[in-house]
Design a protein around this ligand. Structure first.
Ligand code: ATP
Ligand code: MG
Length: 364
């Protein structure tokens, strides 16, 4: 992978990010963050175990940016779990498991502030002024919200589902993050965060004319939308994921059950053969090679040979991470301490931002 430096305004879009503008999304292929001018926020919902989509979609980028010296905030979006289900099932366990996966993947709590947003009240309070900055029509036409409604477990769509992109703007802007490593599905939400920041700054400038919030930019990886074993977006909640913490046998079983097609000739054709191409991409990412090259090697040996290659590649690539994960899992107290320390740091920043917001709004 090339790591030529580029500024945020020169940022390139990837082939799979037509839904966004060049200034919204940068691709890691051409991006090196400047530690002095970038602050990162990313996050996940504690709805289950992190999977390969997270790993190649955002987690690797987070670790890379952290190791470049960029200040990093990772939010565990626990309130957002109840956007698409009635009850946040096994919330504490899922939250600890996210921390476990983060640390196993290489996030370092001395350099990354990891916290649950329900532990940071001032962050959530930003939602009130922010909600006044977006119209109901804008919330209504968000394509990711529409997709998530289609997959929701609720019979009726709740208000939080419509407003959670604005909540996400609060997650990003409370710490004035300007770089957000995300998967493709998050790009519409990044647009909401940018809109909220721009409108807030226009409506409530500092007395000296300065802006309160930066315009956050998305950072897409080489795998902004990794497919699951059913050919749809790999998701924690859709039963189609390969968890980072799965055993090698569980991984083999999940990949054996993956959807493919009847054509024995294996080639990389994401448009016409999404399932086969998704598997090839997975092997390619693990081996750091081109998917076409791996397809060529498999030739006409069919889906079973492809799946064996993918299983071996995934298990080999994840072996060191899984070893670290097993070691870290023996000390759950450490995971909870990471969250407590993170919440303390995040609270100090959120309180300062909320004070600034109140001041420019005249709410003293
Ligand atoms: P859920 O099914 O509960 O919504 P999820 O698997 O979609 O879970 P999220 O916590 O919603 O995971 O997403 C966390 C981050 O991971 C987001 O930045 C999202 O874009 C990214 N991400 C999730 N799934 C994928 C995927 N399949 N490919 C690339 N990135 C992904
Ligand atoms: Mg999701």
């Amino acid at each position: 992978m090339t790591t030529a430096t580029t500024t945020t305004t020169e940022a390139a879009t990837t082939a799979t990010s037509e839904t966004t503008t060049a200034e919204t999304a940068a691709s890691t292929a051409t991006f090196t963050a400047d530690p002095a001018t970038h602050r990162v926020l990313t996050g996940d919902r504690p709805t289950g175990l992190l999977h390969l989509g997270h790993y190649f979609g955002t987690l690797r980028n987070r670790v890379r940016l952290q190791n470049q010296g960029v200040e990093m905030f990772v939010v565990i979006a626990d309130y957002q779990v109840i956007t698409d289900r009635d009850i946040a099932d096994r919330l504490a366990e899922h939250t600890e498991n996210l921390v476990l996966d983060y640390l196993a993947a290489g996030l370092d709590p001395d350099h990354a502030t990891i916290f649950a947003h329900s532990a940071v009240p001032a962050l959530n309070q930003l939602l009130l002024p922010f909600l006044s900055l977006v119209s109901v029509a804008e919330l209504n036409r968000n394509p990711t919200v529409k997709d998530e409604i289609a997959h929701s477990r609720q019979s009726a769509v709740n208000g939080l589902m419509f407003t959670y992109p604005v909540h996400q703007a609060a997650d990003i802007l409370f710490c004035k993050a300007n770089l957000v490593p995300v998967g493709q599905d998050q790009l519409p939400h990044l647009e909401v965060a940018r809109t909220v920041a721009r409108r807030f700054n226009e409506r409530y400038p500092h007395v000296d004319g300065g802006a309160v919030f930066p315009a956050p930019q998305a950072l897409l990886s080489d795998a902004p939308l990794l497919l699951g074993t059913d050919g749809g977006k790999m998701s924690k909640s859709r039963g189609n994921a390969i968890p980072l913490g799965a055993t090698e046998d569980e991984t083999a079983r999940a990949i054996r059950g993956a959807m493919t097609d009847a054509d024995r000739r294996i080639d990389y054709d994401p448009v016409n053969r999404p399932e086969v191409s998704g598997l090839l991409l997975l092997a390619a990412l693990c081996q750091d090679r081109a998917p076409e090259e791996i397809a060529e090697e498999i030739g006409d040996r069919g889906a079973a040979a492809l799946k064996r290659t993918v299983t071996d590649s995934v298990n080999e690539h994840l072996r060191p991470l899984r070893t670290r994960r097993a070691e870290l899992a023996t000390d759950r107290g450490h995971l909870r301490q990471v969250l407590r320390d993170g919440a303390e740091r995040a609270n100090a920043i959120a309180d300062a931002t909320l004070d600034e917001v109140r001041a420019v709004m005249g709410a003293i």
